[in-house]
Design a protein. Structure first.
Lengths: 577, 198
């Protein structure tokens, strides 16, 4: 059935006929879905690299001095390079491409009922620049002295002086790769915002836009508004590394703390740039599988706008021990604690949506529910780090590390998996296997807590997060602490092993999964109107028209418990809505 | 792409005309990011300036304040002619008046960039380089960032003008180029005041 729909749509667009080669169809396509897949698969491949790095340095921490299988002995320089690039890859090359670029590209035109992005060629250029940036980063691992080893935050002088970071070639390549990646996302963000503002389906008002689309748009705006200072700082740092300027060198009249300001002015909003799309995904899934209308659509929307504005005034909470004026730390503590209010509102709205719903525990729903629980742990532990008094003690310990992994893993891993289990039928026309999906779910969630709960204890005990080997610190190399490190590493290996069922499930389901119709979950939003997988042009000749909001589930007086956005009202006599 | 390409949402799109066409909205969002980029540079510059013992440092060449003031006037004038070009193009289409105004805008913009280039060559020969301290480094960084934007915008305008001569230029594409040139013109007085005067 899907095939005939594809054929008619392809006939209609004869400029994209059957004779297309593999290259023009999948590599140089301007179709938003293909570009979404390109981002998705590149992001997943980079995720494998980033995951492998974490395996190597966790093994090294658990068994210092012994050879790590598939890698060898981890030298301190290699350790620095591994942790730096693990962080960089996971944020810039996994979380952002998968959550914003892949989901945004795939979902936005489908969910707002149009046939493609408004700037399809800019969209293609965006992916190409992104791919180049990934290649530059991977190439930087193979230059003499290896990839950049100055931590992903790249504080000067560690990042600007080659004799400190030990990577004279890796450091500029890392900066160039990050800058290219940012350019790619600027182009993508322009596309997302313009498309949603100008190309919505007929009748779709601003409050009829599905939440995940709103979230991706707000995240794009946040990204656009925050990234400028980082680019400025990156150019200055690159000049410091290569041209011999001294922007961040006190000896030449520069200021190293200046970089921290420029970096964190971007770095903190960046957390919300990846958080908001994940929140959007979770909201969509919770509404569909609780069969209930979203609790507080406008409240969530306004909260996320408020969150975005507040996120520009919290950056110095990363710098409480960098010599920032104590009066300023007081201000930043206040704004940081304030920002928990909009986040909490959004989480409460999700829980409010569940209340009284008829909940269906599909794999996507399980991941979405676990997002709420795990992200809450991440948010609550942030209170100690946002308060300048406690942060002075906890700064740069494993407590910080565990805290932000409790935010980023729910965002980037759990959020992505829930989105994949939910939209896989739309992407590829077949469902993922639910049984193996649930095994994958429990095999991901339990070891994830097994990794990072022990690290909270280690961090509270004072273990610093950037030290390659603890054998030189006898009071932190006790048997108790080492057991916790081994436990965390063991959990990581279990987590990695449980990803194998997922990849097998993914590949097998592409060909053999249960066939899904256009609307396998009985959801309301417009992407479920298009055939699965949607053909080029998405909806065929007639673009859908929108009559109501996206979350009209279990409306009284209707036979079905869902009410698609494109279904016209039955007439004034039957309903008063 | 069907209505997206045309920049309209009338056919199957939202019922109301969008406030900004696609290309202008895209450029506005891009300018928003650019403003933040320049704010990053400016704030870094102001912090370094405030930390410096002496600004400008003794024994370093001074910047050409008067010559650049003249050049600033040229750039502002090109902004005015750009506005007039847009008005003429909107009212009369591909007329000789709009063509003449477009050419004048291009000429004034090119003059600005070339004049700046000569000034740079002179300052460089006076011995102010990026390595001679933060004063020179920030000068070349900020003014160079603006120069890259001006050159890029001029190249884009050249392409628009080529389409204009062929008679295939759409008003929306012109508006996008025009909006970006307003940004290039508008940010310059701020940079001139902060870097040259203050």
């Amino acid at each position: 059935m899907a095939d005939t729909a594809t054929a008619t749509a392809v006939d209609h667009h004869d400029d994209h006929g059957h004779s297309e080669s593999f290259w023009s169809k999948y590599i140089f396509s301007t179709d938003h879905k293909i570009i979404g897949f390109q981002y998705l698969f590149t992001g997943m491949a980079m995720g494998l690299i980033g995951g492998f790095f974490s395996y190597v340095f966790r093994m090294h921490l658990a068994f210092p001095g012994s050879e790590v299988p598939f890698f060898g002995i981890v030298s301190p320089a290699a350790y620095n390079s591994l942790v730096t690039n693990h962080g960089t890859i996971m944020i810039f090359w996994v979380a952002m491409p998968v959550l914003i670029a892949a989901l945004g590209n795939f979902l936005i035109p489908l969910m707002i009922g149009c046939d493609d992005m408004v700037f399809p060629r800019i969209n293609r250029l965006s992916y190409q620049i992104f791919l180049i940036s990934a290649i530059v980063l991977i190439a930087s691992f193979f230059v003499p002295q290896g990839g950049f080893g100055g931590a992903w935050t790249a504080y000067p002088p560690l990042s600007s002086e080659a004799e400190y970071n030990g990577t004279p070639f890796g450091a500029p390549m890392w900066l160039i790769a990050v800058t290219l990646e940012i350019v790619a996302f600027l182009l993508g963000g322009i596309n997302f915002i313009t498309t949603v503002m100008n190309a919505r389906a007929k009748g779709m008002k601003l409050y009829d836009i599905p939440m995940v689309v709103w979230m991706i748009v707000i995240a794009s705006i946040l990204f656009m508004a925050s990234v400028g200072p980082l680019v400025a700082g990156a150019v200055m740092l690159l000049f410091d590394q290569t041209l011999g300027t001294g922007f961040f060198d006190p000896a030449a009249g520069g200021d190293p703390v200046l970089w921290q300001h420029l970096f964190w002015f971007f770095g903190h909003p960046e957390v919300y740039v990846v958080l908001l799309p994940a929140m959007g995904v979770v909201i969509e899934i919770i509404c569909t599988f609780a069969r209930k209308k979203l609790f507080g659509y406008k409240m969530i929307l306004y909260s996320s706008v408020g969150l975005g504005i507040l996120s520009f005034f919290v950056w110095a909470h990363h710098q409480f021990i960098s010599g920032v004026d104590p009066r300023a730390t007081y201000l930043f503590t206040t704004t940081t604690l304030l920002i928990s209010i909009p986040v909490a509102l959004m989480l409460f709205a999700m829980i409010g949506t569940l209340w009284g719903g008829s909940i269906r525990f599909t794999t996507a729903m399980l991941f979405a529910l676990s997002f709420i629980a795990e992200f809450l742990i991440g948010g609550v532990t942030g209170i100690w780090l946002g308060s300048s008094g406690t942060d002075i003690y906890l700064h740069d310990t494993y407590f910080v590390l565990a805290h932000f992994h409790y935010t980023f893993v729910p965002i980037a891993i759990i959020g992505t998996f829930s989105a994949l289990y939910y939209w896989f039928p739309k992407m590829f026309g077949r469902k993922l296997n639910e049984f193996w999906g649930k095994i994958h779910f429990w095999g991901t969630i339990i070891p994830f807590n097994g990794i990072f709960l022990p690290l909270f204890i280690l961090g509270a005990a004072g273990q610093h997060r950037r030290i390659a080997g603890y054998t030189a610190y006898p009071d932190l190399y006790t048997e108790n602490f080492q057991d916790l490190r081994v436990f965390a590493t063991g959990s990581l290996i279990v987590l990695i092993l449980f990803q194998i069922p997922f990849f097998v499930n993914f590949i097998v389901s592409l060909k053999r999964g249960q066939k899904a119709g256009p609307n396998p979950w009985n959801a309301n939003t417009l992407e479920w109107v298009a055939p699965s997988p949607p053909p080029h042009g998405n909806f065929g000749d007639d673009l859908p028209q929108v009559y109501r909001g996206p979350y009209e589930f279990s409306v009284e007086g209707r036979e079905e418990d869902y009410w698609p956005q494109n279904e016209p009202d039955p007439g004034p006599s039957e309903t008063s809505k | 792409m069907r209505y997206a390409e045309a920049g309209l949402s009338a056919e199957g799109g939202s019922s109301k005309e969008p406030i900004f066409s696609n290309s202008v909205l895209g450029v506005i969002i891009f300018i928003m990011a650019e403003v933040m980029f320049f704010l990053g540079l400016i704030s870094a510059f102001m912090i370094s300036k405030a930390n410096a013992v002496e600004w400008p440092p003794v024994g370093q060449p001074r910047l050409p304040v008067e010559a650049t003031a003249f050049n600033t006037a040229i750039l502002l004038l090109s902004g005015v002619t750009m506005y007039l070009t847009g008005r003429a193009f909107d009212r009369e289409g591909f007329s000789s008046k709009s063509k003449m105004l477009f050419l004048v805008t291009l000429g004034l913009g090119t003059f600005f960039v070339v004049f700046q280039g000569f000034e740079w060559a002179r300052i460089l020969s006076d011995g102010l380089t990026m390595q001679s301290g933060n004063y020179g480094a920030f000068f070349y960084l900020i003014i160079g960032a603006h120069a890259i934007h001006a050159v890029g915008s001029l190249i884009a305008q050249g392409r628009l003008f080529w389409k204009f001569r062929k008679g295939t230029l759409r008003l929306q594409s012109f508006r996008a180029g025009q909006t970006f040139w307003y940004f290039v013109v508008g940010v310059w007085p701020v940079l001139y005041y902060l870097v040259y005067l203050d």
